[in-house]
Design a binder for this molecule. Structure first.
Ligand SMILES: [Zn+2]
Length: 74
């Protein structure tokens, strides 16, 4: 969640480390707009998770995430 040029994890409330506009740690920025066939037609949800909360979330999945390695980080 962005507030006053700061970003917070929506799950635990922790403030993420920022340098300028760049987040200097692992995090998960979610931005989804639900379409016509959903029950939230046209609604947009924006939220952020810190890496710890992201890890806890994916550990709760019934089906693991697909994981691959990128050779080049930008
Ligand atoms: Zn968190």
């Amino acid at each position: 969640m962005k507030r006053d040029n700061r970003i917070f994890c929506n799950q635990c409330g922790k403030e993420l480390k920022l340098e300028g506009d760049i987040v200097r740690e692992g995090y998960f920025p979610a931005d989804v707009t639900f379409g016509y066939f959903s029950n939230k037609d046209g609604l947009r949800h924006r939220w952020d998770l810190c890496e710890q909360c992201y890890d806890a979330l994916i550990r709760s999945f019934q089906i693991p995430v697909e994981e691959t390695e990128r050779n080049e980080m930008i």
